[in-house]
Ligand binder design. Sequence first.
Ligand code: GLP
Length: 272
Amino acid sequence: MTRTPGVSSGAFPRQPLAQPGIDQRLAVDVLPDADAVAARVAELLLHERQQRPQRPLGLATGRTMEPVYAALATRWAALSGAERQRLTKGWQSFNLDEYVGLGRHDPGSFAAEMEGRLVEPLGLNWTRVGLPNGLAPDPVAEAHRYGASVQAAGGIGLQLLGLGLNGHVGFNEPPCEAHQPCHALRLSSDTRAANAGAFGGVISAVPERAITLGMAEILAAERIVLVVTGPTKARVLQRLLNEPPNRELPASWLQRHPSTQVIVDEAAWNGG
Ligand code: GLP
């Protein structure tokens, strides 16, 4: 089911403004549960790789993405050996973000998460899977380098996004401008608390800084898929659908993107 709050439904519509100042561009697909969402998103990712292998994928980490990568790995395993080889050879992806101070061998790093959920199950080559280097001695310079490498690859084709409880996408914490490029930043205490699960529940173990692609690179993607599941995301999802684009809710800048699809489960939609 596709719903665009306040206006008629349809995929990626250019809708008349429902309220002054609100750009109602976001189409929302509401699916029964997180498994159905994961299946839909995995299909989109696989289709993108198969149809447009020359366009880099933009990838995200986090709990929302765990079933997505599991569903992708299942579909990947069902492909013929020749098809897997073709897709592996042409693979190119860039992750959104990484913690400063963590490398691939730190279990809390996003690189480790990608290794376990994507690189190993799909048999990918690490040289084709981009992430910011959390161990770079100068995180600011690394952010510049990483942003430039995305640009040199022609930018992102399909960008996958999760949604933080405070409205962040990637690690673009509020307040955040739409034109900000890849940067190093200090994480909010809310975000560190939300992500403590990957660090044994110890908030102080969550790194204080991170490197993230900015809204500039995200909004430059040809197509964006924002995935929101679970009742804890209901409030921020409603904010996203009802507030005009503003710096206090970084995801709200997605309303200005011409091709953003929001895929949610009933729990995130209804809050229960
Ligand atoms: C994290 C990550 C994001 C992620 C979001 C939601 O902090 N930096 O890339 O999409 O917040 O995370 P989760 O899916 O675990 O709720």
